[in-house]
Write a protein that binds this ligand. Structure first.
Ligand code: ARG
Length: 565
């Protein structure tokens, strides 16, 4: 049982139903300063109910608590309207370290999901276009969310909703037939296909009839024309091969690659349903669903030429996911600029009468900036992500050569550090914040970076290699001085996991591992861990526990932990 719970329960006994146990538990905080105690219970809400000044309530409660107190607490005192509790340090240290050593990486697991399925729409790049920074963010955030959900007892299903359908493929086929070369596409598929697409748009400015050709080819594609399908399939395959290189570098996999095209034969049913319910209206020849009552612009379902749209496919996809996976919740990790699209999607589904539409949750995020400006992939100015990842790995490799040239597993370590740096940089701030892309900052070993946390863990591992730590029958006796800040961090891990899952916010984990790493490095500077005396095994138990939790925290972010750096 957690210490918050113990504290809440003894408060509950005293308060005798004035406020509920859940309310007490919810209001328990961590004091801002460590010398104010380890847990604090604010009495301001009670003051309103009891019509007594909070300071007086705090005094009374702490007085009573001292006399009946559990031996989990060393001291309970009143301070300005708060009841502050100081944990019994030796008991707490022993309890938390024993728990971590026993549970290993399942420390902090929560059973919130009770095995229910959650689908996560993530990454979802567009075929024949470069993998953008936005897609990188979606991949990294979505992957971490799925790991966090899994830790909390959910069954995540990761779906890569590839942008592999739409009128742009009609244009692409037109361009390929006019100017394309098979060899060039095979050589550098995405670069070449993008160039063709750009060329189409330039040419169409002078020859508007090309637009019609594009629409015709897309119609042929939607009608299953053999040549159109063959070209499309080839573009898709070549693009996917390139995307997979990126996923491999980052060690990320998916449960499904069902992209937009997958819903080709599933859209008509939705359109029929909309028609049957009288929700479709004509507007300038197109078919739309009006959403005035939701305060939203109409959702476009079919263009005037009968072509389906992004939203039509998303409607079919939402229904398919609900039917296929019986998912309780359906997350969409997609940039903030698509907020309106997801509001419309939800509103249309609700209008059809699908009560599960409530379970659709858009998880938006901000932009990746370079020198304060949006990183653009348009107009052929391509930032190839694979190159970015490779650069980062190369830079990590250079750092290793300089600092630790005799390291084992050099290449693997450089890969873990190079990709970890990019992932951590993305996840350390709340996802809605825009982030500035700077490889150099990401790879610093000091400061708030992935390599810093990885390095701290490697340091813990190196201590454990030097000493022989036997976790069996270790007697843990810590004095609660230099080690206490580390112990309280370790104690806070389950709470960090909970905050992360409740707010779909991996930065809770990133910030947590930074704090733990910092606390540990301070401890490392102050204490002679390996000194031969009776405290040595206890200190090693602490080092081992720190490493377990750092590795688990990094794992939840999608980052590897090299044992040596
Ligand atoms: N392919 C889209 C884009 O790059 C993102 C798809 C997101 N997922 C979805 N179900 N709409 O903008």
């Amino acid at each position: 049982m957690s210490f918050e719970k113990t504290f809440a329960e003894i408060l509950d006994l005293l308060l005798d139903g004035v406020i509920s146990l859940e309310e007490i538990e919810r209001s328990i905080e961590k004091p801002r300063f460590m010398n104010h105690g380890d847990l604090a219970f604010p009495c301001f809400q009670l003051a309103r109910t009891l019509r007594k000044p909070p300071v007086m309530i705090a005094e009374e409660l702490s007085h009573q608590l001292q006399n009946r107190g559990d031996d989990s607490f060393e001291r309970i005192v009143a301070a300005g309207g708060y009841v502050n509790a100081f944990l019994n340090k030796s008991k707490t240290s022993k309890k938390v370290l024993t728990e971590i050593l026993e549970k290993q990486n399942s420390y902090g697991n929560l059973n919130l999901g009770k095995g229910s399925t959650v689908t996560i729409d993530l990454s979802s790049p567009n075929i024949a276009k470069p993998f953008s920074m936005g897609h990188l963010r979606s991949t990294v955030i979505g992957n971490s969310l799925s790991l966090i959900l899994e830790k909390c007892g959910y069954k995540p299903v990761k779906i890569n909703h590839l942008g592999d359908w739409g009128t742009q493929f009609g244009k692409l086929i037109t361009a390929y037939k006019l100017w394309g070369s098979e060899e060039k596409v095979k050589e550098t598929p995405i670069k070449e296909l993008l160039a063709l697409y750009v060329k189409f748009h330039e040419a169409a400015e002078r020859q508007p009839e090309l637009e019609q050709d594009g629409r015709d080819w897309f119609r042929r594609l939607e009608n299953g024309d053999k040549e159109a399908l063959q070209l499309w399939e080839w573009f898709r395959e070549e693009s996917l091969k390139e995307f997979k290189k990126i996923y491999d570098l980052m060690g990320i996999g998916f449960d499904s690659y069902a992209g937009e095209a997958f819903y080709n034969d599933k859209m008509e049913k939705i359109v029929e349903l909309l028609e049957k319910k009288g929700l479709l209206e004509e507007s300038d020849g197109a078919q739309v669903v009006r959403l005035d009552e939701a305060g939203l612009p109409p959702c476009l379902i079919k263009k005037s030429d009968g072509a389906t749209l992004y939203s039509t496919r998303d409607l079919a996809a939402a229904k398919y996911r609900y039917d296929e996976y019986a998912s309780a919740k359906s997350l969409y990790v997609v940039g903030n600029e698509q907020s309106l699209h997801f509001k419309q999607l939800k509103a249309v589904l609700a209008k059809i009468g699908f009560d599960w539409a409530n379970g659709l949750i858009h998880i938006p995020f901000g932009m990746m900036l370079k020198d304060g400006k949006k990183m653009s992939t348009r107009k052929g100015k391509v930032v190839l992500l694979e190159e970015v990842l490779k650069d980062s790995i190369l830079l990590a490799q250079k750092n290793i050569e300089e600092k630790n040239p005799y390291l084992h597993l050099k290449a693997e370590t450089a890969e873990a550090v190079g990709t970890g740096a990019i992932i951590f940089h993305d996840l350390k701030n709340f996802r809605m914040n825009d982030i500035e892309f700077s490889l150099e900052d990401m790879l610093k070993v000091e400061g708030e970076t992935g390599p810093y946390v990885q390095y701290t863990n490697a340091r813990a591992q190196s201590i454990l290699r030097k000493a022989s730590f036997n976790k069996q029958n270790v007697q843990i006796h810590l004095n609660g001085e230099a080690d206490w800040p580390v112990i309280t961090e370790l104690l806070g891990f389950p709470e960090a996991v909970k905050r992360a899952v409740e707010n779909s916010d991996p930065s809770q984990i990133a910030k947590y591992v930074l704090d733990l790493a910092q606390a540990f490095n301070k401890y490392y500077g102050e204490v002679r861990i390996l000194e031969e005396n009776e405290g040595k095994q206890s200190r090693l138990a602490l080092v081992q526990s720190v490493s377990i939790v750092l590795e688990e925290g990094l794992r939840l972010l999608g980052i590897k932990s090299p044992k040596e750096m």
